[in-house]
Design a protein around this ligand. Sequence first.
Ligand code: SF4
Ligand code: SF4
Length: 103
Amino acid sequence: MSAQPKTPQVDNDSMEDRLYTVKYNDPGDSHLDVKVSDICMQCDSYDCVRVCPANVWRESEEGVPHIAYENCLECSSCRYACSHDNVVWTYPETGAGVTFKHG
Ligand code: SF4
Ligand code: SF4
């Protein structure tokens, strides 16, 4: 049985500080999108925005969320939170995206 990774020692409290320590490799193209823009324009829940821990999804005046895909943690929360099943979600191309460090 392989050893479990140790819980990282976190010595800063704010989410912004913690997100600042995450390493990303920008794939250049977004791996996230919405399926149908009109659905977002009629959506009043903005669950994608509310659930994202990395502030990737942001409300916009046009009604279709802005997606700052470069900061995505690949947690999948937005994909399941959207009650309209309107999120296009894929992994970034191999070698791109977020890198997590354990221990
Ligand atoms: S929750 Fe879904 S439908 Fe609503 S704005 Fe977000 S992606 Fe669009
Ligand atoms: S996968 Fe997670 S971090 Fe990435 S956009 Fe969706 S909710 Fe935000």
